[in-house]
Design a protein around this ligand. Structure first.
Ligand code: SF4
Length: 143
């Protein structure tokens, strides 16, 4: 059975910045065919839940209190890549628009819900290492 990394919040874990989740019940059906590995890069990077929301600004990740949290995001991304490699993951299903998990579109750093082209820190690192990045809306086209 192939292994797939999945954003932990999509599987119902309360690791979102506000203490909630982004549960996508249909995703759990994939566990009949794949071994799903839940992972939250922000929590694994050392951030607490709940936490102050953050967005990417240039090459940095800045939270709404104007604190630079880039280091925690990089740590979480590297741990996620390590886990994906250890488990030979070909795919990752990551929550769209997140500053960690978003792929193709992210919020613009102004905390006004305006999306721009770009990748979250973890999604970008996994992608650059050959992992196919899917999200909660398009995964069924591939899997
Ligand atoms: Fe979900 Fe990713 Fe945000 Fe964690 S970092 S709460 S897995 S979107």
């Amino acid at each position: 059975m192939n292994n797939i990394i999945v954003s932990s919040c999509l599987l119902g874990n309360n690791c979102k910045y506000n203490g909630g989740n982004n549960f996508k019940p249909e995703l759990t059906l994939l566990s009949k065919k794949y071994h799903l590995i839940p992972f939250c890069p922000e929590v694994m990077g050392g951030l607490s839940t709940p936490r102050v929301p953050a967005e990417i600004r240039g090459k940095k990740v800045i939270n709404q209190n104007q604190i630079d949290v880039t280091e925690a995001y990089l740590k979480g991304a590297n741990l996620c890549l390590e886990l994906a490699k250890k488990n030979n993951c070909q795919y990752a299903i990551l929550k769209s628009k997140s500053p960690s998990c978003g792929f193709g579109l992210i919020y613009d750093g102004s905390f006004t819900k305006k999306a721009i082209k770009g990748n979250g820190i973890t999604a970008d690192l996994l992608y650059k290492n050959g992992i196919v990045i899917l999200n909660e809306n398009n995964y069924s086209q591939k899997l």
